[in-house]
Design a protein around this ligand. Sequence first.
Ligand SMILES: NC(=O)c1ccc[n+]([C@@H]2O[C@H](COP(=O)([O-])OP(=O)(O)OC[C@H]3O[C@@H](n4cnc5c(N)ncnc54)[C@H](O)[C@@H]3O)[C@@H](O)[C@H]2O)c1
Length: 253
Amino acid sequence: MFNLDNKQALITGAGSGIGAAIAHRFASAGAKVWIADRDKKGGEKTVEEIKEAGHQAEFLLLDVSDEEACIQSVHSACKEASLDILVNNAGIGHVGTLETTTGDDMDHLYQVNVKGVFHMMKAAIPFMLEQKAGNIVNLASIGGLVGVKDRLAYCMTKFAVVGLTKSSALDYANQGIRVNCICPGRVETPFVKARLAEYEDPEAAYREMSSTQPIGRMAQPDEIAAAALYLASDEAGSVTGSALSVDGGWSAG
Ligand SMILES: NC(=O)c1ccc[n+]([C@@H]2O[C@H](COP(=O)([O-])OP(=O)(O)OC[C@H]3O[C@@H](n4cnc5c(N)ncnc54)[C@H](O)[C@@H]3O)[C@@H](O)[C@H]2O)c1
């Protein structure tokens, strides 16, 4: 069992889906978790559940597209102890091709999915350099490794997250800081459920989406959290710069 005893972790977007599952996993493994989300209700719910299970959690209201707020949230977590783990999970989706995606759509997605990760990493790196230790896990996507039909802007932002992960992994490899990302395929979260609701026949769309994964089903959020726990643990000490696919075989073809 991977252990995070005496570690502090800050997880963005932990008020829902994959981020909430990661927060639960990390807290059960012994970490104190900071739940940072722009959704106060969702974030506080995750905190409450973790505390009820007898673990440590605190909420931070945060919009990752706001650079100053990212700096403040990292400072809040670092006030008490070292920031050992940063998980940049907050992200938004978008459906569209070149014809249907506007420049404003592109800017909005870039601001959250790319700049949000960039701001958080930039805020955390000085602390991690001083500690001579740190661990960053970014949530990219299968859409950061291969093209996905009708997801132009989303794929562009997730390819950027893979690039940001790999380049910074090299920059800090000899300073005790590891940087990795996870590339999930389809995961059954509110994010995907919202997409399904936009289809005329959501059940048919659900079957269609599941069939894109060779294992024939979507992943559950906790299966992505298990990968995050591995990457955040000392057992992954020699893993940096990796883009770990958790996609039911989607990217293998
Ligand atoms: N669900 C999937 O199939 C899937 C697949 C591949 C990658 N991902 C990635 O995993 C991550 C989590 O996805 P999910 O499915 O759990 O989504 P979700 O919508 O269930 O949860 C996302 C959380 O992020 C928060 N958030 C969104 N924008 C924010 C912002 N600007 N600042 C702070 N918090 C913000 C939301 O409030 C929400 O709590 C995303 O980066 C997503 O791109 C998801």
